[in-house]
Design a protein around this ligand. Structure first.
Ligand code: NAD
Ligand code: TDX
Length: 356
């Protein structure tokens, strides 16, 4: 692929990872980006303010399930690549209501694949040869691990939540469009992301904000579940590398070698806040920790073997957990106006994901 300047459609670009990806592409490359986003509760144009005026960035408020609009956009914009991130992404929400997950993650991905196939089949020569469809997926499709072992690209699928099942379904569709129609697809399966602009429903921003607001910090079950954390900018760099250099039809696992028990993550955040914004009464933020009813079907442990992308594409994470979590906490302390802007719209403060 000509890497100097290509046109990329990013879906879900107003979300957490999509906005990091677009900021990185606009700031560090000559590529043009068209962002397609429905602006659900999780999509916020405030996260793209720093690049919104670039003449290499465009936005269309569109649902990926709308085939007619997707067709028009592909034909007018003429992308060289599609980077598909739009999804319902929160496990707890999928437990309370799975319908939107089926619509967006499965039907929406199917719509994009069909429109991409028709568009790609109409291309000629190098433009057809070099076209790429990158589907951004999750390590949760592999199910859960016990105390040892890692997910590799060969690990059999065993999704266990409505969210991970919908992502697994979409991964299967993407592979089918490659095998059946020859669409040049790539799939990435990444571990838990954290960093600036993450909506405060996921563990790390929930803990930071509850701590600062003097509220109880909810830790599900015993806090011993393990997640493998990756700083979002490292994920964004990996995605661009895969789209530019990956082999069509291949899957790449992406992870940060940062396995931590949830309680360890919560303690690190509390201790960092103790240093950065000590409480007037000298109490530690750890005293706000509250062990609450576990998530139904809570996967015990995720851990990614990222050796394939490291060896084949030369990608490695820049951030350690220590540097990444410090940067993240400082970002939230400095950007409470972003938190206020994104949480006053349809924001559900109740605990989600405990429907029996
Ligand atoms: P997010 O919830 O922050 O953002 C999702 C974005 O998709 C939002 O901007 C939303 O408005 C948009 N969207 C939702 N439904 C849409 C629709 N029907 N049409 C168009 N836009 C729609 O999610 P995220 O954390 O940034 O995750 C992005 C992708 O990465 C998802 O596919 C997710 O499964 C995957 N992923 C996330 C993580 C993680 O830790 N957050 C890890 C691995 C993989
Ligand atoms: O308040 C909380 N307390 C708590 O103990 C929340 C929100 C979570 N947890 C636990 C549950 C998980 O073990 O923390 C861990 C992380 O939870 P989430 O932030 O909800 O992420 P997770 O369920 O692991 O899924 C995330 O990583 C994979 C993303 O949401 C997915 O989109 C991604 O695919």
């Amino acid at each position: 692929m000509n890497k100097s300047s290509i046109k990329i459609v990013v879906t879900g670009g107003a979300g957490f990872i999509g906005s990091a990806l677009i900021r990185m592409i606009i700031n560090n490359t000559e590529h043009k980006v068209l962002n397609i986003d429905k602006l659900t509760y999780a999509g916020h144009l405030e996260s793209l303010e720093s690049v919104a005026d670039s003449n290499r960035y465009q936005f269309e408020e569109v649902d990926i399930c709308n085939a007619e609009k997707i067709k028009r956009i592909f034909n007018e914009f003429g992308p060289n690549a599609i980077m598909h991130l739009a999804a319902e992404s929160h496990v707890d929400r999928s437990i309370d209501g799975s319908a939107e997950f089926i619509k967006t993650n499965i039907n929406g991905t199917h719509t994009l694949l069909e429109e991409a196939r028709q568009y790609w089949q109409g291309l000629k020569g190098d433009r057809k040869e070099n076209f790429r469809f990158l589907h951004v997926s999750t390590d949760e499709v592999y199910g859960e691990l016990g105390d040892t072992g890692f997910f590799t690209e060969e690990t059999p699928y065993d999704p266990r939540s409505p969210y991970s099942s919908s992502k697994a379904s979409s991964d299967h569709l993407v592979r089918a469009w490659h095998h059946t129609y020859g669409l040049p697809v790539l799939i990435t399966n990444c571990s838990n992301n954290y960093g600036p602009y993450q909506f405060p429903e996921k563990l790390i921003p929930v803990v930071i904000l509850k701590a600062l607001q003097g509220e109880k910090i909810p830790v599900y079950g015993t806090g011993e579940n393990v997640r493998d954390w990756l700083y979002v900018d490292d994920h964004a760099r990996a995605l661009l590398k895969v789209v530019e250099e990956g082999t069509p039809g291949e899957t790449y696992n992406i992870g940060g070698h940062n396995e931590k028990q949830n309680i360890e993550v919560v303690h690190t955040i509390c201790d960092t806040l103790n240093e950065l914004v000590p409480k007037e009464d000298g109490e530690t933020y750890r005293n706000q920790i509250s062990f609450v009813t576990d998530r139904p079907g809570h996967d015990f442990r995720y851990a990614i073997d990222a050796s394939k992308i490291e060896k084949e594409l030369g990608w490695i994470p820049d951030e350690t957990f220590k540097t990444g979590i410090n940067a993240t906490i400082k970002w939230y302390l400095d950007n409470m106006d972003w938190v206020e802007a994104v949480t006053d719209k349809n924001y559900n403060l109740e605990r989600l994901g405990i429907k029996a």
